[in-house]
Design a protein around this ligand. Sequence first.
Ligand SMILES: [Zn+2]
Length: 405
Amino acid sequence: MSRTEVLSRIDADELVALTRDLVRIPSVVRPGDPSATEAAVAAYVEQWMRREGLEVEVQDVAPGRPNVMGGLGDASAGPTLLLEGHTDVVTEGNPAEWTHPPFGGDVVDGRLYGRGSADMKSGLAAAMIAAAALKRSGVRLGGRLVVGALVDEEGDMIGAKHLCTTPMGRALSAAIICEPEQNELCLEQRGVVWARVTVRGRMAHGAMPEAGINPITALGALLREAPALERRLRRICRRSPHLRPPTVTPTVVLSPAQGVPQSNVIPSAAQATLDVRLTPGPDADAVGKEIDLACQRAMQACPGATVEWQPVNGYRLATRVERTEPLVRAMARAVRQATGRPARFGGVPGSTDGTILRMTLGIPIVTCGPGHRLIPHQVDEHVEVTELVDAAKIYAVSALNFLRG
Ligand SMILES: [Zn+2]
């Protein structure tokens, strides 16, 4: 039977070695340093996919920053499923704080350590091994499977945005986002809007405040509006057992907005960023109106100042798919078939490349991958090897179920 045949071709040692190789190629993106991109790890993935006989497409997203896509199966025979991963990782911080070297790929007591071990070179490796197992087994898929290794998920998600503009992106029917979620099936992801608020007043001498309009006063009023904004968003967003309710968190405060700060100068402008997290429900308009209201109230509290905002990087709304979605059914069955355990459901606290795919292409996405949800971006990041192996099996069987021949 094809499932047993495919699962027998998933080799734990090979999967660990592949993950280790990927972790050992640093791919922290350092703006301004053209040698610090995803290029080296992308080249490794490309070569690996070619060796396995996948049909490879390399999409140049930016200089030294390619999406690498590897496909198998026949798109005319059914839907196209994407197993999505990203090749960039966040900074390792201070290597001296790590017990295991950040790019060493140490395996100790059933855990593989390193920056990107969970987020998300393990998920990417599991997807690659799953595709290779399907390819090696010779099974005929009723559709097409694509493994995508995208750039810049930790930045502006230009890899996912680019993919959505390509024929390959537009041909996708559904996607599994292989981010670390303890192999739970996450049908919901929180959304995010970074609201950059600019307050303008009038520059003046600090000794003669009556001659100016102090934007910092209005900025203070805006920060005091944050809890009320959060409460209003909680009213218009749906509650979910798997997601924290909406939050509004000031993360950046800047005054003056430009130029040199001076103790005796009231600046002409100041800026703040609100990190607004959302659960499913409202559209961009409805969210925008609530942020508008917070700005208006801050303006009323400080006559003469103007308070305006714009989203940094657009709106990334919360996403949700229903349990009745064919991809969800295929995956829930796959978890049981591949691991012998019932599927566990969960939710993603932040946004992912899947947010872009869901919002732009309208396709169903499920986020599911190896690694503890809270471990990404920490020192001594690691993944449990058993979870890693389970993920590869879940991906392979999900593809078989979803792309039934
Ligand atoms: Zn990630």
